[in-house]
Design a binder for this molecule. Structure first.
Ligand SMILES: [Zn+2]
Ligand SMILES: [Zn+2]
Length: 210
Protein backbone atom coordinates (compact mmCIF):
# COMPACT_ATOMS: atom_id res chain seq x y z
CA UNK A 1 0.00 0.00 0.00
CA UNK A 2 1.44 3.31 -1.03
CA UNK A 3 1.38 6.07 1.50
CA UNK A 4 1.85 9.62 0.42
CA UNK A 5 2.73 12.65 2.50
CA UNK A 6 0.01 14.86 3.79
CA UNK A 7 -2.02 16.72 1.28
CA UNK A 8 -4.06 19.38 2.88
CA UNK A 9 -5.81 21.28 0.13
CA UNK A 10 -8.96 19.36 -0.58
CA UNK A 11 -12.04 21.42 -1.09
CA UNK A 12 -15.43 20.25 0.11
CA UNK A 13 -16.46 20.12 -3.50
CA UNK A 14 -13.83 17.54 -4.28
CA UNK A 15 -14.79 15.51 -1.24
CA UNK A 16 -18.43 15.62 -2.19
CA UNK A 17 -17.68 14.29 -5.60
CA UNK A 18 -15.62 11.51 -4.14
CA UNK A 19 -18.42 10.51 -1.82
CA UNK A 20 -21.20 10.72 -4.34
CA UNK A 21 -19.83 8.44 -6.98
CA UNK A 22 -17.27 6.48 -5.00
CA UNK A 23 -14.51 7.30 -7.46
CA UNK A 24 -11.37 9.26 -6.94
CA UNK A 25 -11.10 12.34 -9.05
CA UNK A 26 -7.79 13.68 -7.91
CA UNK A 27 -4.58 11.82 -8.43
CA UNK A 28 -2.85 13.12 -5.36
CA UNK A 29 -5.39 11.66 -2.98
CA UNK A 30 -4.63 8.23 -1.62
CA UNK A 31 -8.13 6.96 -1.11
CA UNK A 32 -9.35 3.46 -0.65
CA UNK A 33 -12.97 2.55 -0.64
CA UNK A 34 -13.67 0.28 2.26
CA UNK A 35 -16.64 -1.79 3.19
CA UNK A 36 -17.77 -1.04 6.73
CA UNK A 37 -20.57 -3.55 6.73
CA UNK A 38 -19.21 -5.28 9.79
CA UNK A 39 -17.63 -2.57 11.87
CA UNK A 40 -16.30 0.94 11.63
CA UNK A 41 -12.84 -0.31 12.46
CA UNK A 42 -9.90 0.73 10.35
CA UNK A 43 -6.38 -0.61 10.33
CA UNK A 44 -3.69 1.97 10.98
CA UNK A 45 -0.92 -0.61 10.96
CA UNK A 46 0.54 0.71 7.67
CA UNK A 47 0.96 4.14 9.28
CA UNK A 48 2.40 3.21 12.62
CA UNK A 49 6.04 3.29 11.57
CA UNK A 50 5.67 6.31 9.33
CA UNK A 51 6.81 9.80 10.20
CA UNK A 52 4.35 12.22 11.75
CA UNK A 53 2.19 13.90 9.16
CA UNK A 54 1.85 10.81 7.00
CA UNK A 55 -1.76 10.10 6.27
CA UNK A 56 -4.21 7.75 4.66
CA UNK A 57 -7.69 8.49 3.47
CA UNK A 58 -10.61 6.12 3.15
CA UNK A 59 -14.06 6.45 1.70
CA UNK A 60 -16.47 4.41 3.75
CA UNK A 61 -19.98 3.30 3.13
CA UNK A 62 -22.05 0.55 4.64
CA UNK A 63 -24.56 -0.39 7.30
CA UNK A 64 -23.67 0.57 10.85
CA UNK A 65 -25.05 -0.01 14.32
CA UNK A 66 -25.00 2.52 17.15
CA UNK A 67 -26.37 2.04 20.66
CA UNK A 68 -29.33 4.31 21.23
CA UNK A 69 -29.70 5.37 17.61
CA UNK A 70 -32.24 3.98 15.18
CA UNK A 71 -30.20 3.74 12.01
CA UNK A 72 -32.22 4.05 8.80
CA UNK A 73 -29.54 4.07 6.12
CA UNK A 74 -25.97 3.18 5.39
CA UNK A 75 -23.39 5.46 6.90
CA UNK A 76 -21.03 7.13 4.48
CA UNK A 77 -18.22 9.59 4.51
CA UNK A 78 -14.49 9.93 4.20
CA UNK A 79 -11.94 9.51 6.94
CA UNK A 80 -8.33 10.49 7.11
CA UNK A 81 -5.84 9.07 9.58
CA UNK A 82 -2.72 11.10 10.18
CA UNK A 83 0.22 9.93 12.24
CA UNK A 84 0.95 12.30 15.10
CA UNK A 85 3.39 11.87 17.99
CA UNK A 86 0.76 10.60 20.43
CA UNK A 87 -0.99 8.35 17.96
CA UNK A 88 -3.34 9.38 15.18
CA UNK A 89 -5.33 12.42 14.27
CA UNK A 90 -8.61 11.23 12.79
CA UNK A 91 -10.64 13.53 10.63
CA UNK A 92 -14.02 12.44 9.32
CA UNK A 93 -15.58 14.51 6.58
CA UNK A 94 -18.97 14.73 4.90
CA UNK A 95 -20.46 12.00 7.01
CA UNK A 96 -24.07 11.18 6.33
CA UNK A 97 -26.58 8.85 7.91
CA UNK A 98 -30.35 8.68 8.12
CA UNK A 99 -31.77 8.20 11.62
CA UNK A 100 -35.21 7.37 12.92
CA UNK A 101 -36.84 9.84 15.28
CA UNK A 102 -40.33 10.78 16.43
CA UNK A 103 -42.15 13.98 15.56
CA UNK A 104 -42.08 16.17 18.64
CA UNK A 105 -45.66 17.20 18.09
CA UNK A 106 -47.57 14.14 16.89
CA UNK A 107 -45.01 11.45 17.84
CA UNK A 108 -45.22 9.88 14.39
CA UNK A 109 -41.99 8.07 13.46
CA UNK A 110 -39.96 10.09 11.01
CA UNK A 111 -36.52 9.74 9.54
CA UNK A 112 -34.08 12.56 9.10
CA UNK A 113 -30.64 12.76 7.60
CA UNK A 114 -27.82 13.76 9.88
CA UNK A 115 -25.00 15.39 7.97
CA UNK A 116 -21.74 16.23 9.65
CA UNK A 117 -19.21 18.22 7.66
CA UNK A 118 -16.22 17.65 9.88
CA UNK A 119 -15.31 15.67 12.98
CA UNK A 120 -11.81 15.61 14.38
CA UNK A 121 -10.53 13.38 17.18
CA UNK A 122 -7.17 12.20 18.38
CA UNK A 123 -6.71 8.51 19.05
CA UNK A 124 -3.83 7.91 21.42
CA UNK A 125 -1.43 5.00 21.56
CA UNK A 126 -1.12 5.19 25.33
CA UNK A 127 -3.55 6.20 28.00
CA UNK A 128 -2.38 9.59 29.28
CA UNK A 129 -1.45 9.97 32.95
CA UNK A 130 -3.97 12.74 33.39
CA UNK A 131 -7.42 12.16 31.97
CA UNK A 132 -9.68 15.18 31.95
CA UNK A 133 -12.73 13.67 30.32
CA UNK A 134 -13.15 9.93 29.90
CA UNK A 135 -15.84 10.48 27.27
CA UNK A 136 -13.34 12.30 25.14
CA UNK A 137 -10.57 9.75 25.43
CA UNK A 138 -10.03 7.61 22.37
CA UNK A 139 -7.39 4.94 22.18
CA UNK A 140 -5.85 2.97 19.36
CA UNK A 141 -6.35 -0.78 19.77
CA UNK A 142 -2.64 -1.46 19.81
CA UNK A 143 -2.76 -5.26 19.60
CA UNK A 144 -4.02 -5.15 16.01
CA UNK A 145 -3.28 -1.46 15.39
CA UNK A 146 -6.85 -0.60 14.62
CA UNK A 147 -9.07 2.39 15.29
CA UNK A 148 -12.74 1.85 15.99
CA UNK A 149 -14.75 4.94 15.09
CA UNK A 150 -18.08 3.62 16.38
CA UNK A 151 -18.21 5.43 19.73
CA UNK A 152 -16.76 8.70 18.45
CA UNK A 153 -19.26 8.78 15.59
CA UNK A 154 -22.16 7.73 17.82
CA UNK A 155 -21.58 10.71 20.10
CA UNK A 156 -21.29 13.10 17.18
CA UNK A 157 -24.44 11.80 15.49
CA UNK A 158 -26.42 12.34 18.69
CA UNK A 159 -24.97 15.84 19.03
CA UNK A 160 -26.03 16.61 15.46
CA UNK A 161 -29.60 15.42 15.72
CA UNK A 162 -31.82 18.08 14.15
CA UNK A 163 -32.86 20.74 16.67
CA UNK A 164 -36.43 20.67 15.46
CA UNK A 165 -37.78 17.18 14.95
CA UNK A 166 -41.17 17.48 13.31
CA UNK A 167 -42.88 15.42 10.61
CA UNK A 168 -43.77 18.61 8.75
CA UNK A 169 -43.66 22.31 9.54
CA UNK A 170 -47.44 22.38 9.63
CA UNK A 171 -47.87 19.43 11.99
CA UNK A 172 -50.83 20.11 14.27
CA UNK A 173 -49.73 17.63 16.90
CA UNK A 174 -51.83 15.65 19.31
CA UNK A 175 -54.65 17.06 21.41
CA UNK A 176 -53.25 17.16 24.92
CA UNK A 177 -56.68 16.39 26.34
CA UNK A 178 -58.06 13.51 24.29
CA UNK A 179 -54.99 12.36 22.37
CA UNK A 180 -56.54 12.78 18.92
CA UNK A 181 -54.02 13.20 16.13
CA UNK A 182 -55.10 16.64 15.00
CA UNK A 183 -53.52 16.08 11.59
CA UNK A 184 -56.13 13.40 10.93
CA UNK A 185 -59.25 14.85 12.51
CA UNK A 186 -60.50 17.57 14.79
CA UNK A 187 -61.67 16.93 18.29
CA UNK A 188 -64.15 18.82 20.41
CA UNK A 189 -61.81 19.73 23.23
CA UNK A 190 -61.31 23.41 23.92
CA UNK A 191 -57.63 24.00 23.52
CA UNK A 192 -55.91 27.32 23.80
CA UNK A 193 -54.27 28.27 20.55
CA UNK A 194 -50.59 29.08 20.52
CA UNK A 195 -51.45 32.74 20.60
CA UNK A 196 -53.55 32.33 23.72
CA UNK A 197 -50.83 30.34 25.40
CA UNK A 198 -48.31 33.11 24.86
CA UNK A 199 -50.62 35.50 26.67
CA UNK A 200 -51.36 33.08 29.44
CA UNK A 201 -49.90 35.17 32.29
CA UNK A 202 -52.27 37.97 31.39
CA UNK A 203 -55.20 35.61 31.08
CA UNK A 204 -54.45 34.35 34.55
CA UNK A 205 -54.29 37.89 35.82
CA UNK A 206 -57.70 38.66 34.33
CA UNK A 207 -59.15 35.71 36.17
CA UNK A 208 -57.67 36.92 39.44
CA UNK A 209 -59.13 40.37 38.94
CA UNK A 210 -62.66 39.05 38.44
ZN1 LIG B 1 -46.02 15.49 13.50
ZN1 LIG C 1 -59.15 16.65 22.09
Amino acid sequence: MQIRPTMKVVTDDVLTRITNCGKIHRKNITSHTVDVSKTLTFSVAPLIDQTTGTNERYIFEGPAKFDGIEVKSDIKGTVEFMRIDEGFNVSVQNMEIKVGLNCEKCLKPISQTVKIAHIEKNFLLHEPEKINDLNDLYLVETKHMTIDLTEALRQEIILHFPAVQVCSTGCKGICPKCGTDLNKKKCKCKIETEEDTSHKPLAGLKKLLK
